[in-house]
Write a protein that binds this ligand. Structure first.
Ligand code: GLP
Length: 260
């Protein structure tokens, strides 16, 4: 694992974009794994800028997103479909046929506490299998971008998720619902489950970039990078990955013993 500590979020974003740029220039049909959340926003801005300057061509890039909320339609402003369109895909020359995001919105009905299939929903298990198959058929993810949850999750692989897991339906941890409620009108609007690539799916990416910014990530980062490898902190699996670059800002790195 290579750990790079940058002064601030802006520099972190520039560093991540530089690595992605080099990968795309080297392989114009790169299979790129993408993350959502606040952390990669600056990186996506940098990539859009490079595209506008004529440095980057996305026409042959293939993408796979890590996850999507279960039961939110693609045009729901908090869905990851919407996020990707707004923050990256709508601004670059990507071929829509090359975009993959788990799709599990139709046929889910909201009850007081849960979103439940109404009988017309797609078979989610088949959907998860198809997602894995689609990744395999491209030859696998070349470069996966990751953020980290404050509980140490990657994708939506919450504490306790098997390190061998593949794309599956995940129940969000209470702390994640709380963290992500900042994007929704109220906490009750946050879906309680999602489809996510599994830990093993992510681990099989040939190269991984993990990004973390801010003090609220410092504990998770320290546990993931310096603690034991455990399903309680799914990001800790990255210690075993032979080609992972972790890019942190100083605040996110502040609880590391060796590097902080
Ligand atoms: C969500 C996503 C993760 C993301 C995490 C951190 O739970 N499923 O993929 O890494 O949030 O988000 P943020 O970057 O907004 O802190």
């Amino acid at each position: 694992m290579i750990i790079i500590i940058k002064k601030n979020y802006d520099e972190l974003s520039k560093e991540a974009a530089k690595i992605i740029k080099e990968a795309i220039l080297e392989k114009p049909n790169l299979v790129l794994g993408l993350a959502t959340g606040s952390t990669p926003l600056g990186t996506y801005q940098e990539l859009i800028q490079m595209h506008k300057e004529g440095i980057l061509d996305f026409s042959r890039i293939i993408t796979f997103n890590l996850d999507e909320y279960l039961g939110l339609s693609a045009n729901h402003p908090q869905s990851y479909h919407y996020y990707m369109k707004k923050n990256l895909f709508g601004e670059i020359n990507i071929n829509p046929e090359n975009i993959h995001i788990p799709e599990c919105s139709e046929g889910w009905r909201r009850t007081n506490v849960l979103r439940v299939p109404d009988g017309t929903a797609k078979d989610v298990k088949a959907l998860c299998r198809d997602y894995e198959k689609a990744i395999q058929e491209t030859g696998g993810i070349d470069l996966q971008i990751l953020g980290i949850g404050s509980d140490g999750h990657i994708g939506f692989n919450e504490p306790g998720t098997s390190l061998d897991s593949r794309t599956h339906v995940a129940k969000l941890a209470e702390s994640t619902i709380r963290d992500n409620s900042r994007f929704f009108e109220k906490k009750e609007d946050v879906p309680e489950s999602a489809i996510t690539m599994g830990v093993q799916t992510i681990f099989e990416a040939k190269k991984i970039i993990l990004l973390a910014s801010g003090e609220n990530k410092a504990t998770a980062v320290a546990k993931a990078l310096e603690g034991p490898i455990t399903s309680q902190i799914t990001a800790s699996i990255l210690q075993r990955h032979s080609n992972t670059i972790v890019i942190l800002d100083e605040k996110a790195a502040s609880k590391l013993k060796k590097y902080g």
